[in-house]
Design a protein around this ligand. Structure first.
Ligand SMILES: [Zn+2]
Length: 67
């Protein structure tokens, strides 16, 4: 039985699963949307949605979902 060779240095390359970010986007007609657009920055800037609030990372706009 051959001895197992342990290579040092370079790690074997593993294929990582691709980013699923694109699944967060929806295409409506000729528009691309991902949840809400920022009312200050306009279309193209999307709000990050948390538990009960939405936040714009660009202008720090925060809107709270009132329930
Ligand atoms: Zn904004």
């Amino acid at each position: 039985m051959p001895k197992k060779i342990i290579k040092k240095g370079k790690k074997p390359h593993k294929n990582k699963p691709t980013s699923k970010k694109y699944k967060q986007y929806k295409i409506e007609g000729d528009k691309i949307t991902r949840g809400k657009n920022c009312p200050r920055c306009g279309p193209g800037v999307f709000l990050m949605s948390s538990n009960n609030r939405q936040y714009c990372g660009r202008c720090h706009y925060t809107s709270f979902d009132s329930k």
